[in-house]
Design a protein around this ligand. Structure first.
Ligand code: S3P
Length: 166
């Protein structure tokens, strides 16, 4: 079984993925961490030294690799579903769950987050709100290709487990 958790930065993919993995006895993979380990560079470093395009190619490469693993739950980076035919690849390899978290919750989580995210670095809460609104509108059509969509301010493991039981 392969489960892909997708959605905007700050929607809780990694936190949810970790608890689901222990619940379902699956291996949890965070695509961003997997990529950083494979290329011996942090994501902010890749963005700064090589640019976003190079990051997206690396992201595609690691996604292809992970799609060959069995019994995994994968938290992708927020942009991963929106480049190349990554959504098609994920839909063919397993099933995708889009964590459709409202913008206010995203903003408040991203403001308090400790991880450095190159796309939102240095933005004030107001700028962040506007930025998310714009980018989410562009990304939504990709995210909505997921087999399942869960909406809310915080998605719980139980909600995902209920989908699997259906
Ligand atoms: C990105 C999201 C990040 C990371 C990179 C780009 C994006 O992952 O892949 O900074 O384009 O939305 P998270 O969604 O885990 O923050």
């Amino acid at each position: 079984m392969r489960i892909f958790l997708i959605g905007f930065m700050g929607c809780g993919k990694s936190t949810l993925g970790r608890s689901l993995a222990s619940e379902l006895n699956l291996t949890f993979i965070d695509l961003d961490s997997f990529l950083e380990e494979k290329y011996f560079k942090t994501i902010p470093q890749i963005f700064a030294e090589e640019g976003e395009e190079s990051f997206r190619r690396k992201e595609r490469n690691v996604l292809e690799e992970v799609c060959g693993f069995d019994d995994v739950i994968l938290a992708t980076g927020g942009g991963a579903p929106c480049f190349f035919d990554n959504m098609e690849l994920m839909n063919e390899s397993g099933f995708c769950v889009f964590l459709d978290v409202d913008i206010r919750s995203l903003v408040s989580r991203l403001i308090h987050a400790k991880i450095e995210r190159p796309l939102i670095k240095g933005k004030s809460p107001e700028e962040l709100h506007k930025f998310i609104e714009g980018l989410l509108a562009k990304r939504r059509p990709f995210y909505e290709k997921a087999k399942y969509i869960l909406k809310g301010s915080e998605i719980t493991p139980v909600q995902v487990l209920e989908l699997l039981d259906k």
